[in-house]
Every structure is written in C-alpha cells, then in structure tokens.
Design a binder for this molecule. Sequence first.
Ligand code: AP5
Ligand code: MG
Length: 280
Amino acid sequence: MNFVRQSRAFTRLYLTVSNRQFHGSRSVKNVSPTIESTPMRILLLGSPGAGKGTQSSRIQKNFNIATISSGDLLRKNMANGTKIGKIAAKESERGDFVPDDIMIELITNELRFINRKNWLLDGFPRTINQAEALDETLTSRCQPINLVINLDVPEDVILQRIMDRWVHVPSGRVYNLNYNPPESFGLDDITGEKLSRRADDNPETFKVRLQKHHKLTKPLLEYYSKRNLLFTFKESTSDEIYPQIEKELLKRFGREHFKGEDSSRLTNNNETNISINNLR
Ligand code: AP5
Ligand code: MG
C-alpha cells in the first residue's frame, strides 16, 4: 500500500516536472531569453561614382534602416550657405577632402540624432583618422560596426556614369541619364523640383577625387579587413550588385529588418524603378 502511494506521488511529481519542462512554468517563462535580432550598423565604401548613393537608397527602401551620406550632408550645408558648407564647397569643388575634424564632428553629431537602431554610413569614414574617431565614438556607446560593404567597380566605367549624373540636393536622390533617368528631364520624380549637376562632376575634378580615394580611403580596406568586417562586391553588371548585397544582409541580419520585395522576384526591367532613390 505504502509502495502504491509512493509510486503515485512519484508519478505526480514526474508529470509536474515534465509538464513544466514541456510547457514552461510561469517562472521559467519569465526568465526565458528572447532572441534579439542583430542591429544593422553598416559602412559603405567605394570609389567616387561606384554607386554608394544608389545602393544605399535601395538598401533603405528595402530595410528598416536610416542612412547618412557625408556628401549629401555637405551639399545641404553648401546649399544653405553654412560655415561648413563654405569650407566644403572650396574643398569638394577641386576634389579635395574636407578636413577630418570637421567631418568627424559633422557625422558624430548626426549619429547622435539617429533614432533607429539600424543605420548605414555612406562616404564616412574616408581616412584612417576618421575611422579611428568613429570607432572611439561607437565603442563608448557599445555600438560597434558589424559590416563594411565595399563596392568595387572598374574605373573606366565610372567616369561616364558621373558625367551623366543629375541629383536632387534636398533628398540626395541620384539619377543617371542612361541608367535611371528621371521621368521628366531635369525634374525630380517625387517632388517635381529641379535637378542639378554636381560642381565636382567633371573629368578634371574627378581625377583628383580618384587620386585622393586611392591615397587616403583605400587603406581603410585593410583596416576593416583585418577585423573581418569587410565584404567586397565586385560589380559586373548593374543588375547584379543589389541582389547580392540584399542576400548578404538577409543572411547576416535575418528577415526582421526587411520590408522589401524579394529580389529574386525582380527582373531586369525593374532596375530603373528600384534604383531611383528612396525618400530620406
Ligand atoms: P560624395 O558625395 O560622397 O562623393 P564620392 O565619394 O565622390 O561619391 P559619389 O557620390 O560621387 O558616388 P557614389 O558612389 O555615391 O555613386 P552614385 O550612386 O551617385 O562626396 C563629395 C565630396 O565631399 C568629396 O569629394 C569630399 O570633398 C567631400 N567629402 C564627403 N565625405 C567626406 C569625408 N568623409 N571626408 C572628407 N571629405 C568628404 O552613382 C554615380 C552615378 O552612377 C549616378 O549617376 C548613378 O545613377 C549611376 N549608377 C549607379 N550605379 C550604377 C550602375 N550599377 N550602373 C550604371 N549607372 C549607375
Ligand atoms: Mg554619393
């Protein structure tokens, strides 16, 4: 009799424990870890005209991510006639870089106002000094970079691209007369406002920009490669590069931040539509 009682008590205990293990008791539920998705903290590198602005717009269109373009910020400052804008106009019109201290302050300040956990920087950092300053800021905020995308495009194709480029300065939207022309010549598709040519888009200035890129920005590839952060996309045709980037982003960060159409469903004919920059 005693044995039967003991045996029932054991069975009850066993069932209670296994039920808890299976369904989770309240206390177990409360402490069970939730799976946090990895935030996207991305840098976009590439030579002048490589397509940084174009790709960052497409990433922004398809993922919940904020983007900051150093060049767009400077052009807005130029358009507004600010002190930074005046310095930037002088430097960028001859293809030189804006001094590091100005750029570091401009971008770190901008980063402070980003209220989304996912962000991408286009055009910053561009020197080792800038990269080290960015690391310092991000380390202090416990927000290390987790991916550096490098767009590797042959130089002979990019000069023609920038000669055909038109931009909408307030939004940073980029058009190209052959690749993604505006619906009406000279006008922004979204606002209908006038597009303009960039003062630094001419063969002479472009040559200087490329030289600066080789001397000051290319060393960043090694800087990030040593830390296993660098992923290079070698562009062959214009249709191929974005789907490759998207695939890599989905692989690394999962689908949680994704809000776009699956790129496997895109055809060549979609390229014009999807390359038109997204609203910022
Ligand atoms: P910034 O505006 O960043 O210029 P950049 O680095 O020279 O790069 P671009 O904007 O010219 O090219 P992109 O790679 O964005 O190409 P896009 O998508 O437009 O900087 C301007 C200046 O500001 C610098 O020179 C410097 O003075 C200063 N500056 C900025 N950041 C700085 C920093 N951190 N430190 C110091 N100084 C700084 O594409 C180019 C064209 O190609 C477009 O017309 C596009 O429609 C077309 N296109 C794009 N992809 C394709 C494709 N796949 N096929 C065909 N056409 C395409
Ligand atoms: Mg750009």
